[in-house]
Design a protein. Structure first.
Length: 275
């Protein structure tokens, strides 16, 4: 059963097109992993699924509702079915771990303080961090922050969890632990998972199905095995981390060289930072 669908999704920022007509389906209960080069629009696509961004063209349908025409109340109810793990965990430093995890319950539901506390403790234990409600984010390691962010994402018992780069910045051991947790939660909670990642080990461990974005379009869609066996040059370069003779890198370097001929060093450095 398709629960999320995008059709001809297009999004630009200024004069830079990011999504150039993206069509994807997300099936109930699956673990869909979306990969692609930095800046290819993975996180932009994810934000469209809960209407944090509006498309320039195309449509996003979630549980049969077109997000472009959905009422505010229906949008609120739809968003309550989602959990979102942000790229940097996005914890509030001024709040305790317990307050961070319980925030969606306090803001969106009418639970009593005792019930909020119970649910927070339950979800922290589920992600392997029991009894840390009174700690501050500054006292946590990177992996612990990710887990706390995940506890917050599941505290409302969502139907869908969106993961934006869940293993970025973590060592291989902790990355593997987060991947195992994604699989465990998918199994225990019966949730649909959409995972954005650059991590090929995560793709192999987590994905039921893989979509690769390239130059604003879906370039590959299929199984993890098919991805790693693909003869497509773009896919091979990404999967094997090959930068030599990569067309996108060569174009970027040519562009910088041309700017260097006609501008000063400050302008060239500014261009590099934008990339």
């Amino acid at each position: 059963m398709k629960i999320i669908q995008t059709k001809n999704l297009k999004k630009s920022f200024g004069n830079k097109p990011v999504l150039r007509g993206v069509d994807i389906d997300v099936n109930q209960g699956e673990k869909l992993v979306i990969i692609g080069r930095s800046g290819c629009g993975k996180s932009v696509l994810l934000k469209h699924l809960v209407k944090l961004l509006l498309p320039d063209e195309g449509s996003v349908t979630v549980y049969g509702n077109d997000l472009a025409t959905i009422s505010k109340q229906d949008l609120f109810e739809t968003r309550r079915r989602f959990g979102y793990l942000f790229q940097g965990a996005a914890l509030f430093d001024s709040m305790s771990v317990g307050e961070n995890v319980g925030l969606p319950l306090v803001e969106n539901f009418d639970y009593s303080p005792a019930e909020v506390s119970r649910l927070v403790s339950e979800k922290l234990e589920m992600v392997g961090l029991p009894g840390i409600e009174n700690l501050r984010p500054s006292e946590l390691s990177g992996g612990m922050k990710k887990r706390v962010g995940l506890a917050r994402a599941i505290v409302t018992n969502p139907d869908v969890i969106l993961y934006d780069e869940p293993t970025t910045g973590l060592d291989p051991v902790m990355s593997d632990a987060i991947d195992s947790l994604i699989n465990d939660l998918a199994s225990r909670l019966k949730v649909t998972s959409v995972v954005i990642t650059h991590d090929m080990a995560s793709v192999q461990k987590v994905a039921d199905r893989v979509i690769m974005l390239h130059e604003g379009h879906v370039h590959y869609e299929g199984t993890p095995a098919g991805l790693f066996e693909s003869a497509d040059v773009v896919v091979q370069h990404f999967v094997s981390r090959i930068s030599a003779d990569d067309e996108e890198i060569l174009h970027e370097m040519a562009d910088l060289t041309e700017k260097g001929k006609h501008g000063n060093a400050a302008e060239v450095l500014t261009s590099v930072k934008r990339k």
